[in-house]
Design a protein around this ligand. Structure first.
Ligand SMILES: NC(=O)c1ccc[n+]([C@@H]2O[C@H](COP(=O)([O-])OP(=O)(O)OC[C@H]3O[C@@H](n4cnc5c(N)ncnc54)[C@H](OP(=O)(O)O)[C@@H]3O)[C@@H](O)[C@H]2O)c1
Length: 313
């Protein structure tokens, strides 16, 4: 039986490369790409078919920053598929990134420059805003929209003959210091991206606790530093070109979920000689905080879904 794989944020960067790698790995999968609108979906599908003409590629449209759109696409996926084997929760934003060049200079002098560039620690701030649902946009797009999607797709993900997998594209920029339970949407700070990725790591930990028994496994990956629309906005291209690594997300596609460690993030790395490899690194997460955040997400889900009760089955 063919495996059904859903990828969000498939229209560019990591998501598009991931789709191609998945098809190189197994040309028989049914790949469902989720893009923001039908033009992007069709253009992405054509790009994938150029290199994999025999691939089965279907499309859905979703704006992960809009709950109505997420509920709508979840309903469509439930009608279209009986199960989902892999869901790559990859779409993400980092709006208006600003680089603190003073901090970079300091990093250069203290030998921390490479670490700062690969994790953006102490170097980058963003300007966030409220979206149409009254949620912070970065939190809503990077985490909450995906969280609601997963919750709405439980019937396709749980209780299948073989385990199903969630794979979140997190970041090495996910930092506890940028996250606070009392401001989990990060309305007050300037590191909304880092906060949303840390909240993603926490959420994945709890999803494993709640759903492993029902055959659903969640993993978190960092694709490394990848040249994409997102990163091009941060620094001049020539600087990035000096640092470009190779993405190896597909490694997770091959692993048995029962053998993956729920408290580890899988980092895609490249050696000085260009060899790519995956390095599991222990999470910097406190499981009690993870449970508390999960409780808050459920609370927020309840509040926000009341508004859209007509879109629920
Ligand atoms: N690039 C890196 O170095 C790096 C490092 C660590 C983690 N990541 C993570 O990797 C993931 C992919 O990023 P990328 O680097 O590939 O950047 P990208 O090229 O900008 O891709 C982002 C993808 O997310 C989609 N997206 C954004 N907002 C959306 C929304 N509201 N609804 C639906 N789709 C939306 C974009 O669609 P549109 O084309 O419609 O905008 C695009 O397909 C992100 O989660 C990012 O945080 C990237």
């Amino acid at each position: 039986m063919e495996r059904v794989v859903l990828v969000t944020g498939a229209s560019s960067g990591v998501g598009l490369a991931l789709c191609r790698r998945l098809l190189e790995e197994d040309g028989r999968i049914h790949l469902c790409i989720a893009c923001r609108n039908s033009q992007k979906s069709e253009a992405t599908r054509d790009l994938i078919l150029e290199t994999h003409p025999a691939a089965q590629v279907s499309t859905v449209e979703v704006d992960l920053g809009s709950l109505a759109s997420v509920l709508h696409v979840a309903r469509e996926l439930r009608c279209r598929f009986q199960r989902l084997d892999f869901v790559y929760l990859n779409a993400g934003i980092m709006p208006n990134p600003h680089v603190n060049f003073k901090a970079l200079w300091h990093g250069l002098l203290t030998g921390k420059l490479l670490h700062m560039l690969t994790t953006a620690e102490g170097v980058m701030t963003q300007t966030d805003r409220l979206n149409g649902d009254g949620l912070q946009e970065v939190f809503a797009t990077n985490l909450f929209g995906h969280f609601i999607l997963v919750r709405q797709l439980e019937s396709l993900l749980c209780g299948n003959e073989k385990p199903s997998r969630l794979i979140w594209t997190s970041s090495s920029n996910a930092r506890e210091s940028a996250f606070s339970l009392s401001d989990y949407q990060h309305a007050k700070g300037q590191e909304s991206y880092s906060s949303s990725k840390y909240a993603t790591d926490l959420t994945s930990v709890v999803l494993n606790r709640k759903f492993n028994k029902q055959g659903l496994y969640s993993s978190v990956v960092c694709p490394g530093l990848v040249m994409s629309n997102m990163t091009y906005r941060i620094l001049p291209v020539f600087l990035w070109k000096l640092l470009m690594p190779i993405m190896w997300l597909v490694w997770l596609f091959k692993q048995k979920p029962e053998h993956l460690d729920a408290l580890v993030k899988y980092h895609s790395c490249t050696s000085g000689l260009g060899k790519s490899y995956v390095e599991p690194r222990k999470f910097d997460v406190d499981e009690e905080t993870a449970e508390k955040l999960y409780g808050k997400l459920l609370e927020l889900e309840k509040q926000t879904l009341e508004k859209y009760s007509d879109l629920l089955d």
